[in-house]
Design a protein around this ligand. Structure first.
Ligand code: PLP
Length: 453
């Protein structure tokens, strides 16, 4: 029965990122099926999934072509590994396909299972690279406050969000953080976006000089910060940052785990924002979230080091049991084919103005400080005014409250603190998008009425 299932979950399942006490009171939201942009819970209630789950189900739920590709792969070769020269048809094709799609020339693709693992792998590649070059002191990796790169020990160290470090004795040594490019919150009074970007690039330059350029190996960035609050960088930010990186021979890792595969209106966030990464990590929409898979693309420079067999094993000693898993690769291949066949990039570009206009409209509400977005990813940052200097009292839990009201209206959004994120499936229709915002509007009406009392 539904009740027994919920009890099983509460008594047995250690949930990710879930407050245990609130969970015990509230119980789980048990999702039993999904179709198109909707998911359905165990009570038969249906919700528009305004977040594509965790920013990943780009083709919505239960896409028949992906189901068939997975089933076919399970019947043919359900598992094989890729250590010691082993391969399978799907992994070879997927690697070639990703290289063809890459935003800059890339030489090889390595596969893992999650965004965290992809970023962890990228860190090891960077360290291996500078060891191979005889520069073992060049190891520091610079990330940004509010960046999110995952939860494994190295990736959590790169993550710059509260809650990911102190309890775990992180970050690891050699993992540093610089300022987040959130103009609305962090600009000085009267500072233009351009001047703000210059200040951040100058600060990065000063930090690298202070650390010693021969100790700094790489800089990691999401083109648009996702979990940090959908922070869309100022137009000139990455151009200026990359000039600094180039000056000090610091590699760029683009974390495309959210932005990759059309989310920002181009295939890669790197294309939308002009990044030219040495290493690119991706996951999530690579398989529309249907199976765990992530990838790390490396350029020829990194690839040459990895192939130099300079490691103590005489090889790059890194890989996962499920690297290049044939079922995951088959589903990913089919996902990329559907993006192409259904002209998903064109759809995002066509829908984006409607999406951004609706966000801007919400931005006029008294309880919204800033509305921002690009492509089909956006956020509404709740605040009592539009100054960028005020916030609702933390105890009010404004963001979670709004997300709860949205859920009651049949819409899943994500509250990151007081920022409400939207990242709908890329297959959403205009009518579904309008319905999404209608439901969000009702949630905001109720929220505003509560704030007023
Ligand atoms: N990088 C980014 C930008 C992410 O948004 C995430 C997850 O949300 C990760 C890395 C970590 O991915 P995973 O949860 O698959 O380990």
């Amino acid at each position: 029965s539904i009740q027994a299932l919920r009890q099983l979950d509460t008594q047995s399942h250690l949930h990710a990122y879930t407050n245990a006490q609130a969970h015990a009171e509230q119980g789980p939201l048990v999702v039993v099926r999904g179709h198109g942009v909707e998911v359905e819970d165990d009570q038969g209630r249906r919700y528009i999934e305004g977040m594509s789950g965790l920013w990943c189900a780009s083709l919505g739920f239960s896409h028949p072509r992906l189901a068939e590709a997975g089933a076919q792969a399970l019947r043919t070769l359900p598992y094989y590994h890729t250590f010691n020269h082993r391969s399978n048809p799907a992994v070879a094709q997927l690697a070639a396909k990703l290289l063809a799609l890459a935003p800059v020339p890339m030489a090889r693709v390595f596969f893992a299972n999650s965004g965290s693992e992809a970023n962890d792998s990228a860190v090891k590649m960077v360290w291996y690279h500078f060891n191979a070059l005889g520069q073992p002191g060049k190891k520091k990796i610079i990330a940004r406050q509010r960046g999110y790169h995952g939860v494994t020990v190295a990736s959590a160290s790169l993550t710059g969000l509260p809650g990911n470090h102190a309890d775990f004795d992180l970050p690891l040594p050699r993992m540093l953080h610089v300022d987040c490019p959130h103009h609305w919150r962090n600009a000085l009074p009267g500072e233009s976006e351009e001047a703000f970007a210059t200040r951040l690039a100058d600060a990065l330059d000063a930090r690298i000089q202070a650390e010693g350029p021969d100790t700094v190996a790489a800089f990691i960035a999401e083109p648009v910060m996702g979990a940090g609050g959908v922070i869309v960088p100022p137009a000139t930010y990455f151009e200026k940052i990359q000039a600094v990186l180039k000056k000090h021979d610091v590699l760029l890792i683009a974390d495309e785990v959210i932005c990759g595969f059309g989310r920002t209106g181009a295939m890669w966030g790197s294309q939308t924002f002009g990044l030219k990464p040495d290493i690119l990590t991706c996951a999530k929409a690579l398989s529309s979230g249907y199976v765990p898979i992530s990838a790390v693309m490396v350029n020829e420079r990194i690839h040459a080091s990895l192939m130099a067999n300079s490691g103590r094993l005489g090889t790059f000693g890194h890989g996962y049991t499920y690297s290049g898993h044939p079922v995951a690769c088959a589903v990913a291949l089919e996902t990329l084919q559907v993006y192409e066949d259904d002209h998903i990039l064109d759809r995002v570009q066509a829908l984006s103005p409607r999406f951004l206009a609706a966000l801007r409209h919400f931005g006029e509400r008294a309880v919204v400080g800033e509305a921002r977005g690009v492509g089909l990813i956006g956020a509404l940052e709740l605040a009592p005014d539009k100054s960028g200097k005020t916030a609702f009292p933390p105890a009010a839990k404004a963001g979670p409250r709004l997300a709860q009201l949205a859920l009651e209206e049949g819409l899943v959004v994500r509250a990151m603190g007081d920022t409400i994120a939207l990242c709908p499936p890329l297959i959403i229709t205009e009518a579904e998008l309008d319905e999404l915002f209608a439901r969000l509007g009702r949630a905001f009406d109720r929220f505003e009425a509560e704030v007023a009392t």
